[in-house]
Design a protein around this ligand. Structure first.
Ligand SMILES: [Zn+2]
Ligand SMILES: [Zn+2]
Length: 253
């Protein structure tokens, strides 16, 4: 509302989507330096598998301790920034407060990571599906909004609605990592497997927390004949192994 009034009064100016401070017209992502400086961007060294920041560059294949012990079905996950503080609030605004105006600028940051990591690759974008009841209650699935906007900005095809979540037995966010791994097993299905044959898929979601959900989606899509599945999210949880409560459980292939 504020932004639209400012645009009416100052039609020649552009404003930061988050704080409404004026930004240069050349600022394509419509986010000011002050807001961007509050984000903990994922930078080297990060885990080559799940994309979590590493404290030190690892000598063991560049993987975090989680990925050295547990096999995810996706090849590489990348995120814009760590899920904390201001960035967490931004994502919550899209997820819970219907701030759909933030989708375009936040996806602008995802597009930068995509170009950096997968430039020249023919990707098929696939949003991680939400439980039908949750989507009905919220009115939208934020992963779909992100994937459709990313497809628009980068001009990549989006396979939306093909991969679907059969049921949500439990609220994922309330489960421990071990329970999540078991809970998501067999939760996803596809309507038309042929759409994924020979494709390099990029799964799109808002947050990568434990990684089990994206891994299970990847398992299903690889089973359909996808060549490779990677993941791109707005945020990655910088959770420590101990906090995840991981024991000896591994995801069965
Ligand atoms: Zn700002
Ligand atoms: Zn990792």
């Amino acid at each position: 509302m504020l932004a639209s009034w400012q645009e009416l009064i100052f039609p020649q100016r552009q404003f930061c989507a988050l704080c409404q401070r004026p930004v240069s017209r050349r600022n394509k992502i419509k986010l000011c330096d002050r807001c961007l400086s509050q984000l903990n961007f994922v930078q080297e060294p990060f885990c080559q598998s799940c994309g979590r920041p590493l404290r030190l560059a690892s000598v063991d294949g560049g993987k975090c301790s989680l990925c050295r012990e547990h096999c995810f079905h996706f090849t590489q996950a990348r995120a814009v920034a760590v899920y904390e503080g201001f960035w967490r609030e931004c994502i919550h605004m899209i997820k819970y407060c219907r701030r759909h105006d933030l989708v375009e600028p936040l996806v602008g940051l995802m597009a930068q990571v995509l170009v950096q990591c997968w430039q020249g690759t023919e990707l098929l974008l696939v949003p991680v599906p939400a439980a039908p009841a949750r989507k009905a209650r919220r009115g939208y699935n934020q992963a779909e909004l992100l994937a459709l906007e990313l497809g628009r900005q980068i001009k990549l095809p989006v396979e939306n609605g093909n991969l679907w979540l059969k049921e949500a037995k439990f609220m994922q966010s309330q489960l421990s990592s071990q329970s999540r791994a078991v809970n998501v097993r067999g939760a996803f299905a596809v309507h038309d497997p042929d759409a994924f044959v020979g494709k390099q898929v990029l799964l799109i979601d808002d947050i990568l927390t434990t990684g089990w959900t994206a891994s299970e989606c990847a398992r299903v899509l690889l089973g359909c004949g996808a060549l490779r599945v990677d993941v791109l999210t707005l945020a990655v949880g910088a959770v420590q192994k101990a906090q995840l409560g991981l024991g000896k459980t591994t995801v069965r292939r």
